[in-house]
Design a binder for this molecule. Structure first.
Ligand code: NAD
Ligand code: UDX
Length: 461
């Protein structure tokens, strides 16, 4: 019976996932450790390092009871029966595979610290998203210990999405557990199943081989991102032909074989996972000698880049091919709503391009302003304002551009904003989530994605 769980890596995945395990399993002690002491201090404070709806309540319910955030990695390793490894696995920026392969240095350092401090047998669970066959390398590193300790390696990728992490963890579509086909590995899998079985129905807990489990995670993300790139590619055709991408996506998604989810056109996907995991899949396909498959998946990322670039070109074209010295109010910087996370946010690309055109930008986001400041630290500071007040951001602007679909943006007083702007007043909806007809009626020149622009010029000309 698992009594003491440890998670190494207190990030967007480790922190919330362990909080939910502690909340659902009062009979298990859960400790989360990290080398980043300020992150651990934040987990132990009232200002958690991750904004996630519902997370604060879960942490407050269990912290100090059976949920602990700590920097004492050696003691936590010694105590644990089962260790989740949830460290970051970013795209490699150097050497072989740079720009595509996963950087596994954090994973390997974790394995070496487990060997150094462990003094009893343990189950090691890959929670991080990893290239296929990483478990083999992990097993080789761990089995090099001279203490005679046996480690069972399992793969248990995480499918939560940010912004809905708590609900995803409490009601997962499935829990995937991969292991080797040996009696010891099967016993370890049963131990992990018994943890999830506290709250997840057994039929939702899937078991596979180690390699299928590792690969399924990359493939799930690639399929989700592929749907977004597919719909975004068609949005470009809609803009030129008079079709409406939301109507097309609705009609297509009503086919039960296709389904309605992940067909929302926009400025493209962001977030720490999709691009990184597809690039990793591309690298693996090339590595295993199937370049045809690599080129196929590469296009998902290429269309995503194209979508952001063409969005800025649309802005430029609408605003008479110059935005130099014009003020543009940027609404939303987070990569999606309900999160403060800005990793790979399309807003970074769009804002950088606007600054390259010598525009002034005023950014407003309800949760992500601090991250935005860090992301744009290298950009010319005299051209960027960070505004906690949306009306201040819009005051005197030539254009509004919406890059995150925060619900609160729908409630803005667009009449008041229109009056405070320079005219003609442009509005670019990068998420297709505003009421375009009423904005047009207020006088805005509205540019949605995937449907013809609603401009007052054409009527007068
Ligand atoms: P993150 O960067 O937020 O957190 C990782 C943490 O690991 C950091 O706090 C870092 O300091 C810590 N760490 C690194 N090396 C360490 C070591 N040797 N010892 C102790 N701590 C160490 O990353 P994340 O977003 O939580 O992602 C973690 C993994 O989960 C990645 O592989 C990612 O692909 C995967 N994943 C992420 C999401 C998501 O939505 N963010 C969803 C599913 C899967
Ligand atoms: C994703 C996967 O959904 C999740 O299962 C995995 O564990 C981690 O990666 P995440 O990146 O947190 O989760 O958010 P997600 O909801 O998938 O959105 C990713 C990006 O795609 C966001 O920028 C979002 O705005 C965009 N998106 C999503 C669209 O543009 N259109 C859609 O229809 C859906």
């Amino acid at each position: 019976m698992v009594k003491n769980i440890l998670c190494i890596g207190a990030g967007y995945v480790g922190g919330p996932t362990m909080a939910v395990i502690a909340d659902q399993c009062h009979d298990i002690n859960v400790t989360v450790v990290d080398i980043n002491s300020s992150r651990i201090a934040a987990w132990n404070s009232d200002e958690l390092p991750v904004f996630e709806p519902g997370l604060h309540d879960v942490v407050m319910r269990r912290r100090g009871k059976n949920l602990f955030y700590s920097t004492d990695i050696p003691a936590a390793i010694k105590r644990a029966d089962l260790i989740f490894v949830s460290v970051n696995t970013p795209t490699k920026t150097f050497g072989e595979g740079a720009g595509r392969a996963a950087d596994l240095q954090y994973l390997e350092k974790t394995a070496r610290s487990i060997i150094e401090h462990a003094d009893s047998d343990k189950i090691i669970v890959e929670k991080s998203t990893l290239p296929i066959r990483t478990a083999q390398a992990l097993a080789r590193v761990l089995s090099s210990n001279e203490k005679g300790i046996r480690f069972q390696i399992l793969s248990n990728p995480e499918f939560l999405a940010e912004g809905t992490a708590i609900d995803d963890l409490e009601h997962p579509d499935r829990v995937l557990i991969g292991g080797l086909d040996t009696p010891e590995a099967r016993a370890a899998m049963e131990e992990l199943i018994s943890v999830y079985a506290h709250w997840v129905p057994r039929e939702k807990i899937i078991t596979t081989s180690l390699w299928s489990s590792e690969l399924s995670k990359l493939v799930a993300n690639a399929f989700l991102a592929q749907r977004i790139s597919s719909v975004n590619s068609i949005s470009a055709l809609c803009e030129r032909t008079g079709a409406n991408i939301d109507e097309v996506a609705y009609a297509v998604g009503r086919d039960s074989r296709i389904g309605p989810k992940f067909l929302k056109a926009g400025i493209g996907f962001g977030g720490s996972c999709f691009k990184k995991d597809i690039l990793n899949l591309v690298y693996l396909c090339d590595y295993y000698g199937i370049p045809e498959v690599a080129r196929y998946w590469e296009q998902v990322v290429a269309i995503n880049d194209f979508q952001a670039a063409r969005f800025v070109r649309t802005m430029l074209g609408a605003m008479f091919n110059t935005i130099a010295d014009k003020k543009i109010a940027v609404f939303g910087f987070a990569f999606k709503s309900d999160t403060s996370d800005t990793r790979e946010a399309p807003a970074i690309t769009v804002c950088t391009r606007l600054l390259n055109e010598q525009a002034h930008i005023a950014i407003h986001d309800p949760k992500a302003l601090e991250n935005a400041k860090a992301d744009l630290a290298g950009a010319p500071a005299d051209r960027i304002a960070y505004c906690t007040d949306p009306y201040e951001a819009a005051d005197g602007a030539h254009a509004l551009v919406f890059l995150t679909d925060w619900k609160c943006f729908r409630e803005l007083d667009f009449k008041r904003i229109y009056k405070s702007m320079r005219h003609p007043a442009f509005l670019f909806d990068g998420r297709n989530f505003l009421d375009h007809e009423s904005l047009y009626a207020l006088g805005y020149h509205v540019y949605p994605i995937g449907r013809p622009a609603m401009s007052h010029f054409e009527q007068k000309d």
